[in-house]
Design a protein around this ligand. Structure first.
Ligand SMILES: Cc1cc2nc3c(=O)[nH]c(=O)nc-3n(C[C@H](O)[C@H](O)[C@H](O)COP(=O)(O)O)c2cc1C
Length: 174
């Protein structure tokens, strides 16, 4: 599938068929995350794959009760290590958020290219998720991604974005 078609037609999918995802497909999607760039190539990420029903239900509960998460055949919890990496004194601790988000976006776009729907979940209880999943102290959860084949036609282009003229300026902030 053409790259631009992938990014035009990726949508947040919140309703999934129960069909399992073939292992070779999962592997390709994970590979897309694995090869993502990161600051100084530190790769401060870890991806927890959850397929077990009761675990998915608990994760959905800890994502402020977003029940549809448990309906996905696969839920990926993307974690990042607090690398305390000094990027010009600015990002520090937060630099892993940039790194892990890039990897998750690779993953989400690869999922779309495979005909899979996903939804980036940013609303969750980090400390409760850490405890439930045994995530070490120096890691935090960055995103929870339910993935599966969409229950209905989901890959539609959207017009729900600001126009370029509103988000681009030249030479100075305007
Ligand atoms: C950082 C981030 C956090 C998000 N958190 C949630 C969430 O907790 N629950 C949810 O249903 N959608 C969540 N979304 C999905 C957005 O609502 C969605 O991407 C946006 O409305 C645009 O729609 P689209 O993805 O279909 O293009 C999140 C997206 C991002 C990028």
């Amino acid at each position: 599938m053409d790259f631009y078609e992938v990014i035009r037609t990726r949508r947040s999918v919140r309703s999934f068929k129960p069909d399992p995802i073939p292992e070779d497909v999962i592997k390709r999607v994970l590979e897309a995350a694995r090869i993502a760039p990161s600051g100084s190539n530190r790769q401060p990420w870890k991806f927890i794959l959850i397929k077990e029903r009761s675990a998915k239900e608990e994760v959905a509960k800890l994502c402020h009760g977003q029940g549809f998460i448990a309906e996905a055949p696969l839920v990926i919890v993307a974690c990042g290590r607090r690398i305390d990496f000094n990027r010009g004194d600015y990002m520090g601790d937060m630099s892993m958020l940039v790194d892990v988000s890039i990897a998750v976006d690779h993953l989400v776009l690869a999922a779309r290219a495979e005909g899979l729907g996903s939804c980036w979940i940013g609303a969750f209880n980090n400390s409760a998720l850490k405890e439930f999943l045994g995530i070490p102290e120096d890691y935090n959860v960055v995103a929870v991604i339910p993935i599966g084949y969409p229950a209905r036609d989901a890959f539609k282009e959207t017009s729900d974005r600001k126009p370029l003229g509103e988000i681009i300026c030249h030479e100075r902030f305007q």
